[in-house]
Design a protein around this ligand. Structure first.
Ligand code: ZN
Length: 206
């Protein structure tokens, strides 16, 4: 296994629409190795998720954590369908945009269909933070990065946002030892800046 280099914003691979994975490709040693390397890479980066374009592979593969008790999951060719008209806002971050966070409003719920690494079908419904992580990662497969969707005037360096918390109620964990916080892809385990309670009903469609 290998820890892969993560593409940063400005690299064209992050703006390509990634190609679907065929059943033959999914079974190949090459793709199975990519999946293992992505899992090792996201663990090493302490991220909540990682999409293949972020490691310079323009294919529709994401790894992400939507349920801590289940650990990282792997989705091949994921398709998301919003299940809620309600939008929720959270401060997202991205391994490809190190050091920054910004408020993004997204549908509060999504239905997911995808394939597992063994080719078996996955179908689940997510709400709240897991739905946000899923949307962030799947956006990468379409060449979209969260900064494209950030609410105006909310983008900031994470250190500054910690010094000047952007909204009430998001700083309960200020005392936590998070001064050397990892670059979470989304905030992941480091959710102290996530403003999950902001409900942005009827505001701009993300
Ligand atoms: Zn990202």
């Amino acid at each position: 296994m290998s820890i892969l280099k993560i593409a940063r914003i400005g690299h064209p691979v992050l703006r390509q629409v990634a190609a679907p994975v065929s059943p033959e490709a999914l079974a190949s040693d090459e793709l199975q190795r990519l999946i293992r390397d992505m899992l090792e890479t996201v663990e090493a980066a302490d991220g909540a998720g990682l999409a293949a374009p972020q490691v310079h592979q323009s294919v529709r593969v994401v790894v992400l954590q939507v349920d801590r008790s289940r650990g990282m999951e792997v989705w091949i060719n994921p398709e998301l369908t919003p299940t809620s008209d309600e939008l929720i806002g959270s401060y997202e971050g991205c391994l490809s945009v190190p050091g920054l966070r910004g408020l993004v409003a997204r549908p509060a719920g999504v239905r997911v269909t995808a394939l597992a690494p063994d080719g078996s079908p996955i179908a689940l419904e997510l709400q709240g933070f897991p739905a946000i992580v899923a949307q962030h990662e799947c956006d990468h497969l379409d060449g979209v990065v969260y900064i494209d969707k950030v609410e105006p005037k909310t983008l900031g360096f994470v250190e500054e946002l910690r010094r000047f918390p952007p909204a009430a109620g998001d700083d309960e964990e200020e005392g936590e030892d998070d001064t050397d916080a990892p670059e979470g892809d989304v905030l992941g385990d480091d959710e102290d800046l996530v403003v999950e309670e902001i409900i942005l009903e009827d505001t701009a469609e993300a």
